[in-house]
Unconditional design. Sequence first.
Length: 659
Amino acid sequence: MVLGIVMLLVTSGTLLASNAMQHDPLVQADVVTHYAYRALEAGINSYLNTINAQPNLVNCSSATSSSATCTNAASGIAYDQWTQVPDTTTSAGNVPEWYLWTNPQLCFSTTKIYAAKCTSSTTSHNFQYVQVLVIGAAGTPGHYAYQSSVTDFAPRNGFLTHLWWSNFEAAPTSSTASRTACKFDWANGYNGPGPTCNPVVFATGTHVDGPVYSNDSIYVYGTPTFGTSTTPSTVTTADPSCPFVSYTTATPESRPTTCKKLATSGIYYTKTNSHFAAPKETPPTTDTQLLQVAAKDGCVYSGPTTISFYATTATGKGYMNVTSPETLTTGTHDNNNTSTNANVCVGTGIRLPTATKGNGVIYVKTTPSGCAGNHLNPFEGQRTGQKATTAQIVEGTKGYNYTDDTVHTSAVDCEGDAFVRNTDKKTTPSGKTPGIAGNLTVAAGNNIVITGTLTYTDCGATWNSRTACPYHAGKVNDSLGLIANNYVEVNRPVVPHCTTWYCTPSAPTRYGWSLLPRCSTTATDLQAVLCNPAKPNLVIDAAILDLSHEFTVNNYGAGSTTGTLVINGTIDQYWRGPVGKVGTSGYVKYYTWDSRLQYVSIPYYLTPGTPSWTVTSSSVLMASSCPRWPKPYPTGSKYLTTRTSTSSMTGKDPSGATC
């Protein structure tokens, strides 16, 4: 009996040990699969962080390894390559974990904004999301476990996901008003923006083609157009009761119970995905952080600075002509920049600080001292090369009346004002094209003044200036950001025929003030400050952002109607500035959203406190011993014929072996 019991115990122990040994690989495999899933999550989070830092990287792929944007050491990206998760080495006693991103696919809709369908169409306005197959792996050579996920990344930057973003739909009557001068109409009992502010309306004849957002109530008069018959725009407001309030001379606003109703069919706007009572978004308060960015690898200027742009279209290289008298240089070095910044910043025919030459940021700062009364602000008409008439110079000593300088003071000679436009016919080199090439941001400590047309050079000959520029796959798509601490304004100068008893900054229309003539095709950068840039329309391709004041037109109430202000991009502003008076003076609006700006980089563009991208969908696929990436999705990239995926394609595991 004793021997039998001993034999039974020995046999049972052997069986238990054998059973444990048989199941141990299964346990190990389950643990390694868990590590593979953990690596997959690391890959998704890492990709999200990468494209939030540089949105343009979604345009890269495994076939664009030669692109400077994709391989830049500071912000580059590599697709179809394994990256080991930090702190998962065998030397630390861990199971090694890896992740891999396959080529991204940009998804569009051919029907309407925010539709769920993903197609290969690159129709402007209808970009939906970026879809990427992310693979996680864990283990050792010959013993890898895999997990993969088709993940959708959607843009969530409140500025660039809307054609129109505003904090207030009104503007103060004084240019020196504090940021709290106006009130939200809905928060003021629907009694307007307050006694020191004027509401600005969307009126009949206005065309706004793209999503609209406002923290305020939106004032409308007549039947403005929001979108087109095929792609009606969405409208979102923080007004708790309605998206629109009516504006008439008798009753400034309607009450919430009688909110203004616009047609929801045809070309007015769509209720689908339009909202009121949305949470308020908070805009940033300053752009001074861009000063340090520009000093490191861009260009920094002191005092009033004129900048014009041209490009070589065949190579996509951008150039600029810069006049900045207050900017001190030592040789070719801009003394405002750091000692390691090698960009040449002042002169003619200068390469833009983009791609391999810099970070794409230009900043114009206020000169601290030593400039008062030197007449170097172009609005005074006394800069060498302006060719202002004697009469204009005499009148100009009292100020040419732009938004933040209605009466001349010596302080304007020190202000960080950037005067920007395309180069003119005379100063564009032979074989070059006026306009922007590459990704650029121009920021100003004070104002940005647009003195002429600003356009992208990669839009093509068939591009219609009233539609957004087409997207070019596998290439750097041109983009421009204009960010001002105070005003972003369109130049429309007048001569102030002042007397000793009448020269005050009261109303925009002034008795005896005359609108200066239209600019010629050979007007220099300095001459362009003293002429009207409309011919008769004015086209601006840019993402416009002012942080303390508004986007507006100088002297919008003087003279007669100038033409149409065509803007392709976005308009983001703290207060809403006027660009004309309905049917009498200034410009008529024609604004079109450039949806490319959601995924094409504008260097260091600011946000209203929301991330640029977010994960909207992540579907984990079944684990595979060796996924045939980039299959099952995406098929390489829709726009890269060299990366067509077939069932016969195989990948390589993290050790580099074909599997």
